[in-house]
Ligand binder design. Structure first.
Ligand SMILES: [Cu+2]
Length: 345
């Protein structure tokens, strides 16, 4: 042994060190990544009792688009509600709340036909709000209105026909269920499966929807069980089949809204985000009511990458350990290239 023994085992180990470090580093990345993928426990909805707010004031904005905002209002039965009507436009608008529940007027009606219907059947409120002004009107919803839906519209000619209408959905004050959901900037609800089991129908369900991202969303529950909504025509569909609830989730992380609804019966209900393009990008989920939910989804596609990270890191770690062992034992691997030295001189 000449120069080899002088340089000792330090250099061979140093040679294997990068492999060891790479293996350890990737193992450190891979283990928690895979643990996260396979150890994920789907969040379980909370269950409790709904306590709808009574005798509250609801602001309804009117625009020249012409639209109401919000379009869908959830009101508990047996309470007085004050509608604070704010005309943000330069045209006059009316807030005309139909007296008969569960009636959806046809937007192909002429202004005269609409006027005739309202005059014949009456209205719970009929307030004209001048441009740039606001007005209040208070309506009492007695207990018999539970689970009813009342349409409101502007009777200014051709505003209703252009889309200026909305719905007051009355929930029952009977105890209900509560759960929660989240919206993300990647156009998803997390979780996208909610479960609510009830012994009686209809029942109240309140969903606390929290925004985890910056974008604004809606939490909109389809009105009919076992009906698949379509990203291309849900707007048209909702015109004749008002959603159980359409709650606006304000933009900004941490903001939240209660989506309070009355669920008519068992089945699977689809919920979506109504913001343009979000449903088409996959922003939807399903509410299972007295129906067993599907088994937890297999790990998402990212788990494949995470799995490969684990495999790769394991291989590299193994190579590193083997190299370290071999080099420590044998002196050096691979063997040093022949060097010019005193031997050959
Ligand atoms: Cu959205």
């Amino acid at each position: 042994m000449s120069e080899h023994s002088l340089q000792g085992p330090a250099r061979p180990l140093r040679c294997a060190l990068p492999w060891l470090l790479a293996g350890l580093l990737l193992a450190g990345v891979g283990v928690p990544a895979v643990g996260g993928a396979f150890g994920h426990v789907p969040s379980i909805p909370l269950v409790g009792f709904a306590r709808p707010e009574a005798n509250s004031t609801v602001t309804v904005n009117m625009t020249d688009q012409p639209r109401y905002s919000p379009t869908y209002l959830s009101i508990p039965e047996g309470t007085n509600v004050t509608f604070h009507l704010v005309n943000l436009g330069v045209f006059v608008h009316t807030f005309t709340l139909l007296a008969h529940p569960d009636v959806v007027l046809n937007t192909s009606w002429t202004p005269t036909q609409v006027d005739q219907y309202v005059n014949q059947t009456g209205s719970l409120a009929n307030v004209s709000v001048a441009a740039g002004t606001s007005a209040n009107t208070t309506v009492g919803f007695n207990r018999s209105t539970g689970f009813d839906s009342f349409e409101f519209l502007s009777v200014v000619p051709y505003q209703f026909q252009a889309g200026m209408y909305g719905f007051v959905n009355i929930s029952s004050t009977a105890p209900g269920l509560m759960t929660s959901d989240n919206t993300t900037d990647s156009y998803s609800f997390v979780p996208d499966v909610l479960v609510a089991n009830s012994t009686h129908f209809p029942f109240n369900l309140d969903v606390l929807v929290t925004n985890t991202g910056a974008l604004g969303h809606t939490f909109t529950m389809g009105p009919v069980a076992n009906y698949a909504l379509s990203p291309t025509n849900f707007t048209t569909y909702f015109m004749t089949h008002p959603p159980l609830v359409s709650a606006t989730v304000p933009s900004g992380a941490g903001s939240s809204v209660w989506a309070n609804m009355t669920v008519p019966g068992p089945g699977v209900y689809q919920y979506i985000c109504e913001v343009l393009g979000h449903f088409a990008s996959g922003m939807t989920g399903f509410l299972y009511v007295d129906v067993p939910p599907p088994p937890p989804a297999p790990p998402p596609s990212t788990a494949v990458i995470q799995g490969w990270i684990l495999v790769g890191s394991g291989v590299l770690l193994g190579v590193g350990i083997a190299l370290a062992a071999v080099t420590a034992y044998m002196g050096r691997f691979p063997p040093p290239p022949p060097t010019e030295g005193p031997h050959h001189a």
